[in-house]
Design a protein around this ligand. Structure first.
Ligand code: PLP
Length: 371
C-alpha cells in the first residue's frame, strides 16, 4: 500500500491538466494563457511541467531569469518564453536562446537595444513592463515618451506586449487599490498604443487576478500558483488540485520519558510520556526552521503530527503519541490530502514559499502521467 520508501516529491500531471482547464474556464475564449514556470515550476520540475503545459495548450511561458529560460529551451520547449526579470549581463544569451525580455527600466531598455543591434536583429520581440503600484520593477507612466523615443530610433526590436503586475489581487480588502492599478494600466496602455502606432498584447493578472478581477484579463493572463493547485483562498483551493506531493517515511520511533528533551538546543521537553517519529527531511530539503516547535505538521495515517523541537538540517521529529504508526510508514508533508496552505499559514508563511523552497536534494517523480 505505502510505496514511499524515502523522501520524494511526486508530480501529478493529471492535476496540472485539471488546474489549467479550471483557470481557462474563468477566461473569455480569446484570452491567452501565459504559464509561469519560474523557480523550477514552483518547486516541482520546470521541464516536466512545461512540456505538459505545451502539450495541453499553453500559449506563452514565463520564467524569472534567463537561466530558467535556457533550461526550458534545452528541454525542447518551442513556445515563446518571457523572461520577467532579466539583467543586461545575460542579454546575448537571452537572444541566442530566442527568449523574450521584459524590459522594465531605461538601463535595461537601452542596453537591450544595443545588444539586439549588435546581433543584427530586426523586430526582436520585447515586452515593456509598467509599474502601477507594486513599486518593484517597471517603468513609470511618465517614462512613456522616453520609451517611444528609444523605440523610434531603432528597428531592432518590436513590442509584443505591455504588462504590469497587481500588488494585492488576492486581498479583497484592497479592491479599490487594485481597481486603481487596473485603471492606470489601461491609461498607460492606451497612451503607448497611440504613440507606438501598433497594438501589442496587454496583460496584468496573476492567478488571483484571473479569479477575482475579470476586468483585468485583457489579452493574456499569467498564472503560476493556480496551475500548481493553490488559489490563495479556501474556496479556490477546493476547486484546484495540488500537483506536487511531498512525501517521506517514518525512519525511527522513540519514546521520551517526562522531562526528557529532544533535538538540538533541547528545544522540546516532554511533559509526559511522548512518542516521537524521526523523518528524513530537514532544512536542507526546504523545511525551514520556522516550521519547527509545533508550527508545522505532517500527516501520518491521515492524522496531524506536529513538528517538535528545532528542524535539523536533514531531519525533523514529530509527535505521534496518539497516532498508531510504525517505522517505515508513509508521511505526507503536503499534497492533495493535505495542502501546503495550512502548514504554511501556521508557520507564518505562504504556500508559494513552502513549495518553492523544496531543494534539489529531494527526488522528483512523475506519478500520474496524463496522456
Ligand atoms: C510570479 C509572477 C506571476 C505568477 O503569479 P501567481 O500568483 O503565482 O499566479 C505573474 N506575474 C509576475 C510578474 C510574476 O512575477
Amino acid at each position: 500500500m505505502d510505496s514511499t520508501n524515502e523522501t520524494v516529491l511526486e508530480i501529478n500531471l493529471a492535476h496540472l491538466t485539471h488546474n489549467f482547464k479550471y483557470l481557462k474556464s474563468k477566461l473569455s475564449e480569446n484570452v491567452k494563457i501565459m504559464v509561469v514556470v519560474k523557480a523550477s515550476g514552483y518547486g516541482s520540475d520546470a521541464a516536466v511541467i512545461a512540456k505538459h503545459l505545451e502539450k495541453i495548450g499553453a500559449d506563452y511561458f514565463a520564467v524569472a531569469y534567463v537561466s530558467e529560460g535556457v533550461l526550458l529551451r534545452e528541454a525542447g520547449i518551442q513556445m515563446p518564453i518571457l523572461v520577467l526579470h532579466p539583467q543586461p549581463v545575460n542579454f546575448t544569451k537571452l537572444i541566442k536562446y530566442q527568449l523574450e525580455p521584459s524590459l522594465y527600466s531605461a538601463r535595461v531598455l537601452k542596453d537591450f537595444i544595443i545588444t539586439a543591434n549588435l546581433l543584427d536583429k530586426k523586430d526582436y520581440p520585447i515586452h515593456i513592463k509598467f509599474n502601477t503600484g507594486l513599486n518593484r520593477i517597471g517603468f513609470w507612466e511618465n517614462d512613456v515618451d522616453f520609451i517611444i523615443e528609444k523605440l523610434d530610433q531603432t528597428n531592432a526590436v518590436k513590442v509584443v506586449s505591455l504588462l504590469s503586475h497587481l500588488a494585492a489581487s488576492e486581498d479583497h480588502s484592497e479592491r479599490e487599490f487594485t481597481l486603481g492599478q487596473i485603471n492606470s494600466f489601461k491609461k498607460i496602455a492606451s497612451e503607448m498604443i497611440e504613440k507606438l502606432g501598433y497594438i501589442p498584447m496587454l496583460h496584468q493578472s496573476n492567478t488571483s487576478g484571473i479569479l477575482n478581477y475579470p476586468e483585468a484579463h485583457f489579452d493574456m493572463v499569467r498564472t503560476g500558483i493556480g496551475l500548481y493547485g493553490y488559489g490563495n483562498e479556501a474556496k479556490y483551493d477546493e476547486e484546484l488540485k495540488p500537483v506536487a506531493s511531498l512525501k517521506s517515511i517514518v525512519s525511527q520511533i522513540h519514546t521520551l520519558e517526562p522531562g526528557e528533551s529532544l533535538g538540538y538546543n533541547r528545544a522540546f521537553i516532554a511533559s509526559g510520556f511522548t512518542k516521537t517519529a524521526t523523518i528524513p527531511i530537514g532544512h536542507a530539503d526546504g523545511i525551514g526552521r520556522q516550521y519547527g516547535n509545533k508550527k508545522g505538521f505532517v500527516m501520518i495515517h491521515n492524522k496531524r503530527a506536529y513538528i517538535i523541537g528545532n528542524v535539523c538540517m536533514d531531519m525533523i521529529m514529530v509527535e505521534i503519541t496518539d497516532i498508531d504508526c510504525k517505522e517505515g510508514d508513509e508521511v505526507i508533508i503536503f499534497g492533495p490530502e493535505s495542502g501546503a496552505t495550512k502548514i504554511a499559514e501556521n508557520s507564518g508563511t505562504i504556500s508559494y514559499e513552502l513549495l518553492t523552497a523544496i531543494s534539489s536534494r529531494v527526488k522528483r517523480v512523475v506519478v500520474v502521467d496524463d496522456n
